[in-house]
Every structure is written in structure tokens, then in C-alpha cells.
Design a protein around this ligand. Structure first.
Ligand code: PMP
Length: 430
């Protein structure tokens, strides 16, 4: 954990009225205005946090503050307002460096989201390097964002996509992973925490196994960053990606962390303003890191909002967040198991924050439609992880995903809603 006193300040208003390391979860919940809204005239139980999270006042206010007082394009103007905007934007980069424990701020690149970050690595790292017959290794639990960019790359280069299987609990089979690593493997790309199963992968161990073959590793941290403390140096990952909107920040912003030596050696895959130092019709010189990969005007207000979100999490403390969410997960798993005909898909020993399930009596879409009428927002479908559905032989699952701002009442509302689903579809009251 970093201390908030280490963090660069901007905008001069506090991250929260909460004291540092607050675990006053009721007060914390009140910081999220949308959670006080009703759905179908019922209290809203928002349990779709893996899709996107709600935003605290601190984030909403910081974006509004930016547009009211600091809005200008960054890195371009010599006037005061542009300097303020640049300061706010670059302060956010420092906050992300602290959050990820990255050695250098130049290693933090702003993108649109985890998806764009992975595409960037595929096109800037993979495309000029990978040759026919070389291999990219992913796991069977990946989100489409960590599958399709590699398939595109394979079409472009002739490289092959290899997939490490998972067991019935939804855990990567490490012996199979070991057996798939070889001199042809040029990159491993893994989700840190599965959005469809909730599995937390043993990524530190898997990275050191890949490094024994000198294979770089990209971690898709879209789900992990909001729930687990991330230390890219301790993990020794080569690339790490996450999305702002899943970590209480605005949509349209994400982060790619990459080791400096790798990023330095990569060509940009998007050209435009800000990523150059000199342009002529014959050739152009690229800017230094991180700007080389930030072509065009970025989502400046979104970046500032992401910085505010990390300030807010820092006030609560990522350890408190992980502990709280683990308690919610344990409680929800226990009460859901008592519902007749409910089967949890994804029962890994190391899990966080997500429960995927099916119900004998009803299709996941019917479950979520009935729950919606009861004020409960969950997700149903393939969760952008169709191969996971195939692996578990289901067309879809229902998924409840938790944040620290959820509480036992949300879970009880979910349970009551599921009992109603059972009684609607079986005709029996339970
Ligand atoms: N990876 C995982 C594991 C995800 O859960 C998601 C979002 N559902 C993504 C990648 C893609 O994130 P985004 O759509 O914000 O780019």
C-alpha cells in the first residue's frame, strides 16, 4: 500500500471526507450517489460490478471540476490553463505509477481500456516480431479481449494461438501450462482474475515459469486491479493492463504498464499528434515514452477522474477492500449454495468477488429479468468469455459480482429474488 501523503495533489480538495483506512462501509456506500437510487421502485442492489463499477462523488466532482476550471488540451499550450490541464493529467500518471508500484512514470501509458492496451501490445510488440509457427499462449478462461487481438495477430503473422486448459473448478492446470512453454512460445497473455469464473490465477508463479524460458508475460488485470493490490515489480510481469471504469473511474480510459526496455524497443501502432517530435513528408521521429503511444487528444478528463478514483481507494486501503470483498464473497457463496437447483460455475480455491451460477429451473436471461423487477442488477450471458461457457457445457451463466460498497442486504435481496425465480418456474414456493 502506498500512503496518500506520497501522492501528488491536485485540485486541492480532499479525496473523501472519510478518515484514512476507513472501514465505515455504510458511510462509504453513501459516497456513491447512484446506489441510493431505486430500480422498479425497489432499493437498487447493484451486483454487476465486474461489468462496470459505480462512481464515488470524488470522481464525479473531479471530472466536473476539470471541465469547470482546468479544461484545455494537454502538452500543447504555453498558457496557464493548458499548464493546469497538463498538470492534472500528468499527476494522474504519477498516481497510477504508485498504484501499480511501477518503477517509472514513463512506463504508464493511457489508452481507452484494457482492450485497447492488449491490442496495442499485439500490434506494437507482436506484429513486427512474431513469425510463422511461433506461439502465443493464453488460458481457457480468457475474456474475448485477450483472445481476439491475438487471433488477429496470428492471421497477420502466421503465429499460432495455444490455450492452456482449466480444470473443473476453473483453475489453470499448471502441469499443462509447463508442458506448453517451449522455445516457440513468444508471449504468454493471462487474465489475473477471471471475469467469468472469479478465479485468481497464480500469476507470480506462472510468470517465473515463463521467464525461465525468457518469455514475456502480459497480465490482463481488468478484473484484478479493483480488488487485489497490484505490484508489477513483485509480480515481475512485462505488461499489465486495466480499465478505469471497472475501478470506480470514468469510462473510456485504461492503462497499459510495460517494462521500459520493451516499450522503448516497440514501434507505435497509431500515429498522430503528440506522439512525434518531428514530422516531414519523408519521415517522422517519435516522441519519448510514454507519449510515443498516446497519439491524438486523450480522454483528459477521464484520466483525471481515474486519478481521483485511485485517491479514493487509497483512503479506504486496498487491503481493507480485499478483506471486505472476500467476506461478501464467502457470505454470498454460502447462502447461494442453499438455493435449490443452484450450481456455482467456478469453484477455484483462490477466488475473488465474482459468482457465476446456473439454476436448474430457469435460463440465466429469465433469472436476470425477474431479478431486475426486484431491483437486483446482475449479468447474464457469456460474459465475453464464450470458450468458458463451452468448457463448462452451458449456454450462459448468471453472474453476481461484488464491490466493497455492497452489503448483506444486497445479497439477501439477490437470494429472495432467486427464490422467486424458482417459485415462478417450478410452481413451488421455497
Ligand atoms: N479482460 C477482462 C477479464 C474483462 O473482464 C474485461 C471487461 N469485461 C476486459 C478485459 C475488457 O475491458 P474493457 O471492455 O474495459 O476494455
Amino acid at each position: 500500500m502506498f500512503s496518500s501523503s506520497l501522492l501528488p495533489e491536485h485540485n486541492n480538495f480532499p479525496a473523501s471526507s472519510l478518515p484514512l483506512n476507513s472501514t465505515d462501509w455504510s458511510a462509504i456506500r453513501r459516497d456513491f450517489p447512484l446506489l441510493a437510487e431505486k430500480a422498479h421502485n425497489k432499493p437498487l442492489a447493484y451486483l454487476d460490478n465486474a461489468a462496470t463499477t459505480q462512481k464515488p462523488n470524488r470522481v464525479i466532482d473531479s471530472v466536473a471540476h476539470f471541465y469547470r476550471f482546468d479544461n484545455a488540451n494537454v502538452h500543447r499550450g504555453v498558457y496557464q490553463l493548458s499548464e493546469h490541464a497538463t498538470q492534472a493529467y500528468e499527476d494522474a500518471r504519477d498516481k497510477i505509477q504508485y498504484f501499480l508500484h511501477a518503477p517509472l512514470r514513463e512506463e504508464i501509458i493511457f489508452v481507452r481500456g484494457a482492450t485497447e492496451a492488449i491490442n496495442l501490445v499485439a500490434q506494437s510488440y507482436g506484429r513486427p516480431r512474431f513469425k510463422p509457427g511461433e506461439q502465443i499462449l493464453i488460458s481457457a478462461m480468457e475474456h474475448h479481449s485477450n483472445i481476439v487481438p491475438w487471433q488477429i495477430l496470428c492471421k497477420q503473422t502466421g503465429a499460432q494461438l495455444k490455450v492452456v486448459p482449466i480444470n473443473d473448478r476453473g483453475e489453470i492446470i499448471l502441469e499443462r501450462y509447463q508442458a506448453l512453454l517451449n522455445e516457440k512460445t513468444k508471449l504468454v497473455a493471462l487474465s489475473h482474475l477471471s471475469n467469468a469464473l472469479g478465479t485468481v490465477n497464480p500469476v507470480k508463479q506462472m510468470i517465473s515459469m515463463a521467464h525461465a524460458w525468457e518469455i514475456p508475460v502480459l497480465l490482463d488485470g481488468a478484473q484484478a486491479a479493483p480488488h487485489l493490490g497490484i505490484d508489477v515489480q513483485a509480480l515481475d510481469c512485462d505488461f499489465y493492463t486495466f480499465s478505469s471504469h471497472k475501478i470506480y473511474g470514468p469510462t473510456g480510459v485504461g492503462v497499459l504498464y510495460g517494462k521500459q526496455n520493451l516499450l522503448d524497443a516497440m514501434e507505435p501502432y497509431q500515429g498522430g499528434g503528440d506522439m512525434i517530435t518531428r514530422v516531414s513528408f519523408e519521415s517522422s521521429d517519435y516522441n519519448c515514452l510514454p507519449y510515443k503511444f498516446e497519439a491524438g487528444t486523450q480522454n483528459i478528463a477521464g484520466v483525471v477522474g481515474l486519478g481521483a478514483a485511485l485517491d479514493y481507494l487509497n483512503v479506504i486501503g486496498i487491503d481493507n477492500i480485499s478483506q471486505r470483498e472476500q467476506q461478501l464473497l464467502d457470505y454470498a457463496s454460502e447462502v447461494l449454495r442453499q438455493i435449490e437447483g443452484l450450481h456455482i460455475i467456478g469453484t477455484a480455491k483462490d477466488k475473488a468477488s465474482i459468482i457465476s451460477f446456473v439454476l436448474d429451473s430457469a435460463h440465466p436471461h429469465d433469472i436476470s429479468t425477474i431479478l431486475d423487477q426486484q431491483g437486483v442488477a446482475i449479468r447474464s450471458g457469456h460474459h465475453c468469455a464464450m470458450p468458458v461457457m463451452t468448457r463448462f457445457n452451458v449456454a450462459a451463466t448468471a453472474r453476481a459480482s461484488f464491490s466493497f460498497y455492497n452489503n448483506k442486504s444486497d445479497i439477501e435481496q439477490l437470494v429472495q429474488g432467486l427464490r422467486l425465480v424458482n417459485s415462478v418456474f417450478t410452481g413451488k414456493s421455497s
